[in-house]
Every structure is written in structure tokens, then in C-alpha cells.
Design a protein around this ligand. Structure first.
Ligand code: G3P
Length: 217
């Protein structure tokens, strides 16, 4: 399973990248705003800065909601850097744009996916990635992980190549469950990735090894 980091924070991207396990980055307008990145030119500069820090795919989201606007924005984003993946919302005009980008060889990430039917449409349109938001489903008493399992089954039934990119991942167990369910990618906050490291027996064991080693000195 690939690990993407879900942030526009350059320091966190750098920390995840330094760990050596980072395969890509996802952003969205809210994550950009959280870092104080506003205005077209600043947003574009920020995408380029991210692309120059990592080697994998970097999702950049369109803000248009009509076909012509999504296409214009998406083509401009894709032209910025070969690592850019155009992130398109799961709406009617978005599905049409996904098909357009697929036919043009432009990589896409279909975002705001909350049902298996939406994921099926994204795959039919040839999306490179589909982003089911598991945390937000859990927030409304719906099993986000069940959606990952359902999409995995549907895609495997027909050999769809669209990669399942589990999004709205909130904690370490989400990551484990994504891997168990066969998600192709989990895009995570840095904290959730670092929480995978934690186990008290590791800490206790290491302290004992170091203490025993010191006895020999
Ligand atoms: O990847 C989508 C993500 O940014 C949304 O996460 O925590 O706002 O639901 P969250």
C-alpha cells in the first residue's frame, strides 16, 4: 500500500519524506487555507514547492464546478509539473471532466466519494485514483472501512485499474484497516503515520537492550 501525506504543510511533508516511506501528497482547498496559502499565484507556487520536495504524485484540486472550468483549470494544473494529479469532485460535470482528462492522458483523483456507486462512476470515467472519505463517513455513523471493502470488490470484479486512495484517514487503525481491505493508497496526516511506530514493548525492549549493553562497558 502506498502512503501519501494529506497536508499542504511543507514541514510535515518534509518530515514524512525524510522517513523514506512517502509515495505522494494530497491537498485540498481547506488544507491550503489552513497553511494560509490563498490566491491563485500563491497556490500555484505552493504546488510547485511540494512537487520539488517529493518524487510521487501530488494531487491539486480544481475549484470550478462546470465542465469547461474544470477542464481549463485541470489542464493548467497538469501543465505545471509532471507529478501533478488533477483532483476533481464527484459531481456530474466532474465525471465528464474525468473522462476528458483520461482521454488526454492527464492523471486524475476523483474526490469527495462517499458511496460505491460514485466509485463505480469514477472508475468508468477512467480516474487514476478514487478518494473515498472514510473518516467523514465514520463521523456520521456509517462504516467508512466497509466502503473501501465494497469498492475493492467491485473494482476486482471487473479489473478496473482506478486506484483506491483512502482519504479522510484520521488515525493509525484506519491505516491498518485500509491495508487489510486492500486500499491501494492511504493518504494520512503525519501524526497517523508516526503513530504506527508506537508500541510500549518496543520502548521497554530497547531500554533494556541499551541498559544491558551499558553493563558491559
Ligand atoms: O483527504 C481528504 C481529507 O483532507 C479530508 O479529511 O479529516 O477533513 O475529513 P478530513
Amino acid at each position: 500500500m502506498k502512503f501519501f501525506i494529506d497536508t499542504a504543510n511543507l514541514q510535515q511533508i518534509s518530515e514524512a519524506n525524510d522517513l523514506g516511506v512517502l509515495d505522494g501528497v494530497t491537498t485540498n482547498p481547506s488544507l491550503m487555507a489552513k497553511e494560509g496559502i490563498t490566491g491563485h499565484d500563491n497556490v500555484i507556487k505552493h504546488y510547485l514547492a511540494i512537487c520539488n520536495m517529493v518524487t510521487g504524485d501530488v494531487s491539486a484540486e480544481v475549484i470550478s464546478t462546470d465542465f469547461a472550468g474544470i477542464v481549463k483549470e485541470g489542464e493548467a494544473l497538469a501543465a505545471l509539473h509532471p507529478q501533478i494529479v488533477v483532483k476533481v469532485p464527484m459531481i456530474k460535470e466532474g465525471v465528464k471532466a474525468l473522462k476528458y482528462f483520461t482521454d488526454k492522458g492527464i492523471k486524475t483523483n476523483c474526490t469527495l466519494v462517499f458511496s460505491a456507486g460514485q466509485a463505480l462512476l469514477a472508475a468508468k470515467a477512467g480516474a487514476t485514483y478514487v478518494s473515498p472519505f472514510i473518516g467523514r463517513l465514520d463521523d456520521v455513523s456509517t462504516d467508512g472501512m466497509r466502503l473501501i471493502e465494497d469498492i475493492r470488490t467491485i473494482y476486482d470484479n471487473y479489473g478496473y485499474q482506478t486506484q483506491i486512495l483512502a482519504a479522510s484517514v484520521r488515525h493509525a487503525m484506519h491505516i491498518i484497516h485500509c491495508a487489510q481491505a486492500g486500499a491501494d493508497v492511504a493518504t494520512c496526516p503525519l501524526s497517523a503515520i508516526l503513530d504506527l511506530l508506537k508500541h510500549p514493548l518496543t520502548d521497554i525492549g530497547l531500554a533494556k537492550f541499551l541498559a544491558d549493553h551499558a553493563k558491559g562497558k
